[in-house]
Design a protein around this ligand. Structure first.
Ligand code: F0G
Length: 354
């Protein structure tokens, strides 16, 4: 047995911001911010386990397909382990912070002509043909690591079970891992009841939500479109396991339009917390489920923020500097002459609107 490949990761905060509770019309809202992991997303929790396993079995190279965060994480852990990494990403469809992380950490970064679903198929075929160790979330070691989000959160709450856990859903690895973690925690006697899982998708990438609405009859893949590029996935790989997680926890699946995702992101950012667009689907989903009455007023909800605000600087430029007419949240930079008088004007306007 070699030594674990770890940064380390985890120990992410549970954040309370009354302004965000008010935004979602819910008193008891906690946000677990997984963007506080070393590469800025929850993926590090699975990657430490996955890359440790790759080392243990003597893998000569590792690979994944990604919408950007898995690839950033794999690149970092492979660098630490001294393993060559190949990452397959859809060309032009991943956020700048993620693409540049993968370059910085030294992974061979393959820009594939096609969407994430095409990348996943190509990496699976290539791994089989070329003997590369595959580190997508279909790798069971990845999901074992991601379970720690739930276990750590329960520990932070003194093993008092919240009523809901709300998370964004794309390829469905995390939804599957959450279900497994909760069932195991119950069978080990750590908790006596299960929280309900609410998985939130973007409307333009919602095959799981659509299947849920049909009582999970089957998965109908779709061509995915959303500003939340992390969850721009039309044929989720962990569908079956995620269905089990939702059923076992009496969970629900919803989709929210991009406009609601961006409004939620603007609220999270303006609260000084910040997150990437996919993460904001969590808060948009909480608000929607409150409006529907599915989440009831006094219930305790833990929302998962999956990635850091700096992952996607492009969307911030669009939101704040480029969209015309400026949305309510737009915070335009102010060009000034290098004079105190100009600063005074800005200060007075700021104090007047406070
Ligand atoms: N939030 C973020 C920030 C993500 O990067 C992802 C997935 C999800 C939510 C959804 O999690 O796929 O387990 O349902 N990102 C993967 C990637 C697909 O390649 O980085 P999921």
């Amino acid at each position: 047995m070699g030594v674990a490949v770890t940064h380390p990761e985890g120990n992410t905060p549970l954040i309370v911001r009354p302004a965000l509770g008010r935004w979602a019309d819910l008193e008891d809202l906690l946000l677990k911010h997984e963007g506080h992991n070393p590469t800025g997303s929850f993926k590090d929790r699975g990657m430490t386990v996955g890359v440790t396993q790759a080392k243990r079995i003597g893998a000569t190279a590792v690979a994944c397909a990604s919408t950007g965060n898995t690839s950033a994480s794999l690149a970092a852990y492979a660098a630490q382990a001294g393993l060559p990494a190949l990452v397959f990403v859809p060309e032009g469809q991943i956020a700048l912070g993620k693409l540049t992380q993968s370059l910085a950490y030294g992974a061979r970064t393959l820009l594939v002509e096609g969407d994430f679903d095409a990348c996943l198929q190509l990496v699976q075929e290539s791994s089989k043909a070329l003997g590369i160790y595959l580190l997508n979330s279909i790798n069971p070691f990845r999901l074992e690591g991601q379970k720690t989000i739930v276990l750590e959160m329960l520990q932070q709450l003194g093993w008092e079970v919240p009523d809901w856990i709300v998370l964004p859903a794309g390829n469905l690895g995390n939804t599957a891992a959450f279900g497994k973690a909760l069932l195991e925690a119950q069978s080990w006697g750590l908790i006596s009841r299960l929280p309900r899982i609410a998985a939130i998708q973007a409307e333009g990438a919602s095959p799981f939500a659509q299947s849920f609405a049909r009582d999970f009859d089957r998965l109908v893949p779709m061509a995915a479109h959303t500003v939340a590029t992390a969850i721009k996935i039309g044929a989720p790989a962990s569908y079956d396991r995620a269905v089990r997680a939702i059923r076992a926890t009496r969970g629900v699946v919803r989709s929210v339009p991009d406009a609601e995702i961006l409004a939620a992101k603007a609220a999270i950012d303006a609260a000084g917390v910040g997150c990437e667009p996919a993460s904001a689907a969590t808060l948009a989903g909480v608000r929607r489920l409150r409006a529907e009455g599915v989440i009831r007023p006094g219930e305790r909800v833990v929302g998962i923020l999956t990635g850091h605000v700096l992952k996607d600087p492009g969307i911030l430029q669009t939101m704040h500097q480029e969209t015309e007419p400026p949305p309510s949240w737009a915070n335009r930079p102010i060009r000034i002459a290098p004079e105190v008088a100009a600063v005074r004007t800005v200060l007075e306007a700021a104090l007047a609107t406070k």
